[in-house]
Design a protein around this ligand. Sequence first.
Ligand SMILES: *Cc1c(COP(=O)(O)O)cnc(C)c1O
Length: 227
Amino acid sequence: MTTSEAMPPEAKRIRENYESIVQRVRSLGGSDVQIIAVTKTFPASAVNAVVAAGCLSIGENYAQDLLEKWPEVDVNHRPEVHFIGRLQTNKVRSLSHVVDVWQSVDRISVIDEIARRAPIARIMLQVNAAGESDKGGCAIPELESLYDHCLIRGLTVSGLMTVGPTNGEVAATRQAFETTARLAQGLGLREVSMGMTGDLDMAIDCGSTMVRIGSAIFGDRPPMADK
Ligand SMILES: *Cc1c(COP(=O)(O)O)cnc(C)c1O
């Protein structure tokens, strides 16, 4: 590719990494799997670089981090923005002009606030499929009533989201992903957002339609930012 020679090294590295993730997802049989580039803690230049490399969607975890970089994101190539972090009700309003898909919806108060501030946005319900106490996401028995509540509030729910177990243990990860895929199917939901840099292969094997990839594209983050 001739254009990549003119790019700063950072953008070139991001492009190469993104392209190898695309290849890897394809080789795992996931040609229809959407790749969300997780740009949390990285500057707007990283967003612009991955979008220039052909990625159409980014994921962000922190309201302030996102709002600070947003003015420098190239508006002519605006990515679809997925909010994937712990969501505080009082942040929904300020994020509503930026976020297209709210992936980490896990309680009634957040659903009500999105219905009020961003009624046409897409919602995904986050499930704590591994039942870890430090994880976001609703408990499995609460899922159906949250889903019903979204419908009552007139919101579009496109799917479920989960984060694999922190210990990365293979059997537990598989179980969490299979459970989430099965729950989505039971509700008639098409999208299943699961799989990060460390468990991408297993997620695709279990039926992921959306993987959220950060460090494999952008490199390591400061550990504090990884919550
Ligand atoms: C940070 C984060 C990711 C990306 O993690 P990597 O391991 O860097 O790919 C994906 N999903 C969520 C919810 C995250 O917080």
